[in-house]
Design a protein around this ligand. Structure first.
Ligand code: HEM
Length: 431
């Protein structure tokens, strides 16, 4: 393991696990919703179904998993001590769950009162999380680009939620705001300023460590997040009336930066000395290929008005970003983090090392690669369904099934942890 990581500060295992265990079931809900609504949901980005699906993944799957990973990661990777992590997690997680369900139901059924009701819960949950995490990140004596990426990502999350809250209130009360521009700025901060910066910051540490690659080039780690932020701020200027011809000049460099992250990660994987093809590496490859496909498609959409005019283009980008990039990368990460945390916490009980099972026994390789194959099939079906609407229901079922399999793999890993923990305690070999 990386010597710069300090596992003494790891929070209780329940802190990340309560988020990790919830995340896949939102993916199941998203798949079932698509199977139920069929092609209608994917007709354009503004259908109630598309907006609900987006947030089941962005807030239900991604934000749940990323909150869990963040609370775990900042303590061990950058030595940032979160104030009372168990209390924070047990307050934030249920609030987030409730807020997400209210927002999704409000978007799906066009209920202004539910949209409005979701807002205070989001502000409380994410506001609380942002404050404790930001305090921890600013107080830590650590330095380095992972730390800066975490700081920027948490700022990106705050901006996304504030813009989302404004959108929800604007829809609920009919405020006169530029809805399309506001949505475009909100989604850029959510997917870029929060999710991608966090993913990249975590990658700087875990890709070399878990996938045995060389480190990311220092110039890249230094410039990626600040440049992304610079272009996101420039992208946000579209909220002020001006000349729309500038937007490709902001979007194209932004897409180039995303491609650089994907390209470098794939290159690091390709040039590593030991070629391991475990589920995490393969999941990361799927995520980075999806990111490249996203960047190329988005560039084509910006440059060719006839493609941009097709409402399915935006859905194509949404599938690539949400299911292709983030669900894949997050699942791959969880497949490394969960077996490792099981092992770490069992070993901390003080039992002799021989009593602690190998990490490979926590989730079997067959279970992970089987689930990965189903996820890739679901992703391909989702992409095909954008152009062949008859496939929508099948794609929904496949996505729900792959997320359920992931959920089951995680539940089985936690049960294994509890089982071994009880055995170690019963044997009296613990401290
Ligand atoms: C933190 C992660 C979030 C991400 C990644 C995210 C992502 C997105 C995306 C991609 C869209 C555009 C959907 C489309 O074009 O079909 C969108 C729209 C929207 N988001 Fe979010 N979102 C997040 C959080 C929130 C929150 C917390 C709220 C509410 C408090 C919210 C409220 C909305 C609303 C109301 C719209 C629809 C706007 C409209 O129909 O004009 N979002 N979001």
């Amino acid at each position: 393991m990386d010597p710069s990581l300090s596992f003494d500060q790891a929070p209780p295992i329940s802190v990340p696990y309560r988020f990790f265990l919830a995340a896949p079931w939102f993916g199941v809900m998203a798949g079932l919703l698509l199977a139920w609504s069929g092609a209608d949901a994917l007709a354009s980005r503004w259908t109630p179904g598309a907006l609900a699906l987006t947030h089941l993944i962005a807030l239900g799957f991604m934000l749940q998993a990323m909150c869990g990973a963040l609370l775990q990661f900042i303590a061990v990777a950058v030595g940032a001590n979160v104030w009372r992590p168990r209390l924070v997690a047990s307050t934030v997680q249920p609030l987030l769950l409730l807020a997400t369900l209210l927002l999704v139901a409000g978007l799906l059924y066009g209920r202004p009162d539910w949209l409005s009701a979701a807002v205070p819960f989001f502000l409380l949950a994410i506001g609380g999380l942002v404050v404790v995490v930001a305090l921890a990140l600013w107080r830590t004596p650590a330095t380095g680009m992972t730390l800066w990426a975490m700081r920027m990502a948490i700022g990106g999350l705050a901006i996304t939620v504030l813009l989302g809250a404004l959108l929800a209130e604007a829809l609920a009360h009919g405020f006169a705001v530029p809805l399309v521009e506001l949505t475009d700025v909100h989604l850029a901060w959510g997917l870029g300023g929060w999710a991608l910066i966090l993913l990249a910051g975590v990658s700087y540490q875990v890709v070399p460590m878990f996938q045995l690659t060389r480190p990311y080039p220092p110039w890249f780690a230094r410039w990626f997040a600040p440049l992304l932020l610079f272009f996101l701020v420039a992208w946000s200027l579209q909220l002020f009336p001006g000349d729309a011809r500038w937007s490709p000049m902001i979007a194209l460099p932004l897409l180039l930066i995303l491609s650089a992250y994907a390209g470098i990660t794939l290159w690091l994987q390709h040039t590593r000395r030991r070629k391991i093809h475990d589920a995490t590496s393969l999941y990361f490859r799927v995520a980075m290929l999806s990111l490249l496909a996203f960047a190329v498609s988005a560039a084509a959409i910006f440059l060719l008005p006839e493609i941009a005019a097709d409402p399915r283009s935006a859905i194509w980008l949404g599938v690539l970003a949400l299911a292709g990039v983030f669900v894949s990368a997050i699942t791959g990460m969880m497949y490394k983090i969960v077996p490792f945390l099981n092992w770490l916490h069992l070993q901390r009980l003080g039992a002799p090392l021989s009593a602690v099972p190998n990490m490979k026994k926590m989730i079997t390789a067959e279970a992970m690669t089987g689930q990965l194959r189903l996820h890739v099939l679901a992703l391909l079906l989702l992409l095909a369904a954008v152009w062949l609407p008859g496939l929508s229901r099948l794609a929904g079922v496949a996505f729900a099934a792959s997320c359920a399999w992931l959920g089951w793999n995680l539940v089985a890993a936690v049960r294994r942890y509890l089982d071994f923990r009880d055995r170690i305690r019963a044997s009296g070999s613990h401290r």
